[in-house]
Design a binder for this molecule. Structure first.
Ligand code: ZN
Ligand code: FE
Length: 255
């Protein structure tokens, strides 16, 4: 499987997935069509499917235009709010791009219909706005308990799974993470790497499940240092998973 990250709008990523065996391709999220078709043509690929993670405009805003340009595309999705939806899929269902296969994971909370595409054989997952490098999505249509359940499904994937996320928010996410775990050396190193990488015009995608376990405060609600930081600032905060996660999310909302 070849994956090409295609910047969209100000800080979004769409991902072109190409099956080397058949040259068939799918696009995970689509906001701006021109750079996507440019990549498809440059790769000599045939686009067969759109794989939207959720219905927000910056992830599906280009669907109708892409369908007009390449009629007959399969548009997967769980949420009826996805424009052009042709194949409704739910948790555990399978989607195909050429000979590549992914399992659909239902990961609600940013939106109720948010899904991920998990390519088991390739150890790759596309997480949209649920899991970012160093962060997670805002809770627009769910609560902290729902988001923890969604993130657990991702955290349970193999450590070496590559995580392709929806926005280049990494440096700011890691700056926030450092306010909670200033002594986390892996986190400090990753923040420095991310700043250098994006400063040079590069991308921090993909990350891995292992790296997120080490650095992402929204995977680390059990971290002693994170809990100690919160306990010092909020003496009345109950030290249990949902409360710790909810407080972390609330602080990030205002960071
Ligand atoms: Zn979104
Ligand atoms: Fe988004």
């Amino acid at each position: 499987m070849k994956v090409i990250a295609i910047p969209q709008l100000s800080d979004n990523y769409a991902y072109l997935i190409i099956d080397p065996a058949t040259r068939e391709a799918g696009i995970v999220d689509c906001a701006e069509v021109a750079p996507i078709l440019e990549a498809v043509d440059r790769e000599g690929a045939t686009l067969t499917a759109i794989l939207p993670t959720h219905h927000h405009f910056d992830h599906v805003g280009g669907n109708e235009e892409l369908l007009a340009a390449r009629p007959g595309l399969t548009v997967y999705g769980f949420d009826d709010r996805v424009p052009g939806l042709t194949d409704r899929v739910g948790h555990g269902d399978r989607v195909r791009v050429g000979s590549l296969e992914a399992e659909v994971l239902s990961i609600p909370a940013h939106t109720t219909g948010h899904i991920a595409y998990y390519f088991e054989r390739e150890h790759a997952v596309f997480t949209g706005d649920t899991l970012f490098a160093g962060g997670c999505g805002r809770l627009f249509e769910g609560d902290a308990a729902m988001m923890i359940a969604s993130l657990r499904k991702l955290r349970d994937l193999p450590d070496d799974t590559k995580v392709y996320f929806g926005h280049e928010y990494t440096v700011k996410n890691l700056d926030f993470a450092l306010t909670l775990e200033p002594q986390n050396r892996v986190l400090r190193d990753k923040r420095a790497w991310a700043a250098t990488t994006t400063g040079d015009g590069g991308y921090t995608t993909p990350t891995t499940i292992a790296s997120e376990k080490d650095t992402n405060p929204f995977f680390r609600w059990q971290s002693p240092e994170l809990r100690a930081t919160l306990a010092a600032k909020f003496p009345d905060l109950p030290m249990e998973d949902v409360a710790v996660f909810a407080k972390t999310r609330q602080l990030k909302d205002n960071f």
